[in-house]
Ligand binder design. Structure first.
Ligand code: ZN
Length: 215
């Protein structure tokens, strides 16, 4: 009575060695690709700062502010005139949408019920990759963003409407500019906002030059 097993095992010895070599080659290839496409881009320095504009309509004056415990460089935007709810939120600069969804939970603060239950985190939010490791973030939007992940946007394109979703006390836009992994001081139209620390409450006013360009 024979089982055939020993014969099969012997005949598989050499192919098994070859399979191991192929596997090792695959692992080495994946590692090299990882270095080439993940590690090296991470080490590459950031590109020059894009000419960001305020994420609100051309010509309007808005109040930019922060408060203790906010986070250094984070900016909260409130209009100086008119109703905040529903105001258009615009792309600060051209780029590709990398996030368009919900951060944390929405809560229940709406124009009809402004003191409704507070949510957590950023609520409806959008993140745009501007290339050169630069990105901007827009939080607490009223409704699902008007853009989708992967969409190309131009400077001034409307990406959402101002709201109070997430952890927000009153309708406003929480806004950040990032270079690589780091938040940086926000710049608008080439000039720094002056919002650099959250150790006290303070505000500045800026007029938006996020204006349609003539082409
Ligand atoms: Zn904020």
């Amino acid at each position: 009575m024979t089982t055939g097993r020993p014969t099969r095992a012997r005949s598989h010895r050499r192919p098994r060695g070859r399979i191991l070599l192929v596997l090792l080659a695959l692992v080495a290839t994946v590692a090299l690709l990882g270095v080439a496409f993940v590690v090296l881009p991470m080490l590459r320095p950031a590109g020059p700062r894009p000419l960001f504009q305020l994420p609100v309509a051309c010509g309007e004056t808005w109040q930019l502010g922060t408060y203790p415990g906010h986070d250094d460089y984070d900016v909260d935007l409130f209009p100086t005139e008119g109703e905040a709810w529903g105001r258009p939120v615009l792309a600060s600069y051209g780029g590709t949408v990398t996030v368009a969804g919900i951060n944390g939970s929405l809560g229940g603060r709406t124009p009809e019920n402004p003191d409704g239950p507070r949510g957590r985190g950023g609520g409806y939010w959008v993140k745009i990759d501007h290339g050169g490791k630069w990105e901007t973030q827009y939080l607490h939007l009223l409704e699902p963003p008007l853009v989708t992940v992967g969409q190309r946007v131009a400077q001034g394109d409307q990406i959402g409407r101002l709201g109070s979703t997430g952890n927000s006390g009153a309708p406003h836009l929480h806004y950040e500019q990032r270079r690589g992994w780091d938040k940086v001081e926000t710049y608008f139209d080439g000039a720094p906002s002056g919002i650099t620390t959250d150790d006290r409450e303070y505000t500045v006013k800026r007029a938006s030059k996020n204006c349609p360009t003539v082409s």
